[in-house]
Design a protein around this ligand. Structure first.
Ligand code: FAD
Length: 290
């Protein structure tokens, strides 16, 4: 089923998850147990990340997205980056996705990788959206796009970033998933900017439950999310108590989600970090509120 159809036919907020394939050095089967447990929570869909390197990165994404959909009966979205791929490579990846019954793509530019020369066929995610929509063999894929409540790190300012986001929607992105954030007021201001810019597609709020300190340090340095003092206090207090930090991280994410749902957001996209325990605890806490 296409994700846009899920949004169009649902009378409640959408609740979806993100998962990632195992590293190349681990067998693909190593994630199957977690996959099964997470799929059993029956989210509206699960998106599967794509390795940053370009060529060859798609096969594990394809395999996991296919398993989620075809074996566990949950709709899936395959992430696809374009900056390190040629048009021919994108054609062959999309053909593979289609052969595996995958209908939904999160169309991304991707990040530049040190030592890898970008291929230059695609500069922005909007180029990938346009390419897919303009080619009849690909045009029936449903497209999602990424968005940044705290502004993409490379953008000059929030006005430029929101106008660029509108280009992505005009190029075919039918639904947006946000970068993680820890301060809901940042997301509400972003929704206002999107509305003013005429962006009318559903926007899901990306929520990452923080369950260990190194995870948060890595995430914040990668995406620049700001940390409210309330959040920093929790991190400091439970820094050396892994179980307490995990539970506090779950509680913080639940509080964020309750507030977002009460404010009528279109959906919540939970970055599960492949952790079935955390995904289950949060699902149980919010399922009756959707
Ligand atoms: P774009 O939308 O192309 O934007 C990139 C920058 O270019 C922005 O500053 C934007 O303002 C600007 N821009 C965009 N369009 C134009 C235009 N037409 N003219 C001028 N400027 C423009 N990375 C991975 O490698 N694998 C993943 O699986 C993955 N999943 C992600 C999932 C989500 C929900 C999010 C939020 C991010 C994900 N990323 C992933 C990270 C993403 O690849 C990076 O954030 C990347 O830097 C930007 O990708 P984008 O698709 O948002 O780029």
């Amino acid at each position: 089923m296409k994700i846009s159809e899920i949004f169009n036919t649902s009378d409640r907020a959408i609740f979806s998850f993100e998962m990632f394939p195992p590293k190349k050095t681990s067998p693909i089967e190593s994630v199957y147990g977690k996959l099964e447990e997470i799929c059993a929570l029956k989210p509206d869909f699960i998106s599967v990340t794509y390795g940053a390197g370009g060529t060859g990165a798609h096969s594990r994404t394809c395999e996991i997205a296919s398993k989620i959909k075809n074996d566990f009966g949950v709709e899936s979205v395959a992430h696809l980056t374009c900056v390190n791929s040629t048009k021919d490579e994108i054609d062959s990846t999309l053909a593979d996705f289609k052969a595996h019954n995958i209908e939904n793509i999160l169309a991304l530019r991707g990040d530049y990788v040190e030592g890898v020369e970008p291929k230059k066929d695609f500069i922005y995610a909007s180029d990938l959206c346009e390419y897919i929509k303009d080619h009849s063999e690909h045009s029936d894929f449903d497209l999602c796009g990424a968005c940044y409540p705290e502004v993409h790190l490379e953008a000059k300012d929030e006005v430029e970033d929101i106008l660029n986001l509108r280009k992505k929607v005009e190029a075919g992105a039918e639904h947006l998933i946000s970068q993680l954030f820890f301060d809901n007021s940042v997301f509400y201001r972003f929704l206002e900017r999107a509305k003013i810019a005429g962006i009318n597609v559903p926007i899901e709020a990306g929520i990452m439950p923080v369950t260990n300190k190194s995870q948060i340090e890595r995430m914040v340095s990668m995406c620049g999310a700001s940390l409210p003092s309330k959040f920093v206090k929790i991190m400091q207090k439970y820094d050396s108590k892994p179980e307490a930090l995990r539970d506090a991280g779950i509680a913080y994410a639940v509080e964020q989600i309750v507030d977002l749902l009460a404010n009528g957001v279109d959906g919540i996209h939970l970055y599960t970090m492949n952790n079935p325990y955390v995904a289950r605890k949060i699902s149980e806490a919010v399922v009756s509120l959707l």
